[in-house]
Design a protein. Sequence first.
Length: 140
Amino acid sequence: MTETFSVPVVVRGYETDTQGHLNQAVYLQYAEHARWSMLQEAGIRQSDLLEQGVGPVALEVTVRYRRELRAGDEVEVTCAFAWGEGKTFRIEQEIRKADGTVAAEITGVGGLMDLRERRLLADPRERFRKLADRPEVFGL
């Protein structure tokens, strides 16, 4: 089993709402940042995906807000892919405070789309394996 990928983020004041806590939509941005950072860590750049005519797509996302975050809070955003046998995969993420408290859990279902055909590829796991310089980052 590989170590869970994570990326640090510091909550910025302009990301907070009138109650002084992180705006709900920004949790999704943090999760997206972690996913793209994970791709880069594996050696996959956005330009590589475009050259191959493929792109990751989000099909479903659920956010469970557990604890509020405030400006200046330092967090880690984790990301782990869970591969199935079909056209989709699951992504499990957490946003954790410095003390380990889970502030949010984000789960999603994604796929890898053929950008010309506008259809999901049959085996995204194998395509990610081929695209990555370091497929072990994805647990492959």
